[in-house]
Design a protein around this ligand. Sequence first.
Ligand SMILES: [Zn+2]
Ligand SMILES: [Zn+2]
Length: 210
Amino acid sequence: MYFILELEFISPQGYIASLIKSYAKYSKVDVEIFQENGKILVSIRDNQNIDEFLKGLEKILPASIFLKSAKHYLSETKPDIKEFQTPRVPNSIALCPNCQKEMFDINSPRYYYPFTSCSSCGGGNIFLEKYPFKRENSSIRYIKPCPNCEDELKSNPFRENYPLISCLNCAIPVKMSDKKGNIDMQMIKRVLRGYLRLQQRLYMIKKRWL
Ligand SMILES: [Zn+2]
Ligand SMILES: [Zn+2]
């Protein structure tokens, strides 16, 4: 018997299905994912811990105006459509909740790191110079991933083989300063206030639609 979670997703983009796929691998839950005709179907064999999987899934799904209703049902067979394959293209979207969590975690190597992203989120388009989507075809090809990032490429399902992986230890150094090179605390506060307001708005949208 299969537990089928059906999400209405009115976009042909693959980032939500890709995020669910990574999360399933991270949770060690065996799922199959399908996306067709405005729907994402997640098929889970019912001998697994589905409750815990769904609780975690709720936390990692981003607020999206394309994500509409959700329903679930049991089925003797899994959906008869081609299984979803993660597309090898950069995203051009806001950060997923997982990456946001890393950015606000003082113990994370991506604490306030502005280029935080993963296989299912981020503005990767601006870094890519030509296809195929590989690090050597991007503007950060000169930056070698640190040992921690190298390890993530193999062990973190959210960044498995992710071409633009980077963190504070290995990547693009950034500081915010005025024209004379002095750190401008007022500017930093303004940017942070704007960011927090945006998060608050996204939260309200998610609350209203999901
Ligand atoms: Zn992400
Ligand atoms: Zn790194």
